[in-house]
Design a binder for this molecule. Structure first.
Ligand code: PXP
Length: 243
């Protein structure tokens, strides 16, 4: 069995660049350091408002990197067109609201089966691994299965933000149940959002989870340690949680 995989999200390297409209810090250099530290793939979210990642970034990363690129995107016609043209290895469909600070909750797959299935079919017919970002809820996993998607990413935000031990346990148990259910349908199970060195082990220890996508905590820690060491440290915790 493959060891648990880490996708490093570098959106917030672009946030720093966009804050001043400079050409630095370089996303390519950041991605290369993340890969040296053990990133198995690089994730970027091309938001509709282009607040951090720009169109040219996704093409540059796709052309230069030799690890899979995971494009996070809303399921709009514009984004679908870009994804089909770019042809990244992976695409993760996320809900998107312009005013939000970050992705706030999973997709309502159950309420949008026809549209989601159409988008996923188009991606999958192009050889792109499509994944749906969903809350750890049974009806959403069942709906993802109905869309015939091969992969889901479980939103770990509620677990990461739990304010006491009791709610953390409840959220963890919902993530475990969802991972088991999705795996029983032969879907690949990924997870992410809000994960860091303090809370990653319990999630990485869930045997059905194939890949974690982590961004903000890595870019934050890299202010002190650099990107490579921040990735090395986080990946070591993920791998040791599986032993
Ligand atoms: N997975 C998805 C689908 C996301 O939208 C995000 C945030 O961009 C992440 C993972 C990573 O979350 P964080 O930056 O909190 O690690």
């Amino acid at each position: 069995m493959k060891p648990i995989q880490l996708g490093v999200n570098i959106d917030h390297v672009a946030t720093i660049r966009q804050a001043r409209g400079t050409s630095y810090p370089s996303l390519i250099a950041a991605a290369r350091q993340a890969i040296e530290g053990g990133a198995d793939s690089i994730t970027v979210h091309l938001r509709e408002d282009r607040r951090h990642i720009q169109d040219r970034d996704v093409y540059e990363l796709k052309n230069i990197l030799d690890v899979p690129l995971n494009l996070e995107m809303a399921m709009t016609d514009e984004m679908l067109g870009i994804a089909l043209d770019l042809n990244p290895a992976y695409c993760c469909i996320v809900p998107e609201k312009r005013e939000e600070l970050t992705t706030e909750g999973g997709l309502d797959v159950a309420g949008n089966i026809d549209r989601i299935k159409l988008v996923c079919d188009k991606l999958q017919q192009s050889g792109i691994r499509a994944s749906l970002f969903v809350d750890p809820e049974q009806n959403q996993i069942e709906a993802a299965h109905q869309c015939e998607v091969s992969c889901i990413e479980i939103h770990t935000g509620r677990y990461a933000e739990a304010v006491d031990e009791g709610s953390e346990k409840l959220e963890l148990s919902a993530i475990r149940d969802s991972a088991r259910l999705a795996a029983s349908y032969d879907m690949q199970v990924n997870a992410g959002h809000g994960l860091n060195c303090q809370n990653v082990e319990a999630i990485a220890g869930i045997p059905q989870i194939f890949e974690l996508n982590i961004g903000h905590s890595i870019v934050s820690q890299s202010i002190f340690d650099g990107i490579k060491k921040s990735v090395v440290d986080l990946k070591a915790l993920m791998l040791s949680a599986r032993k």
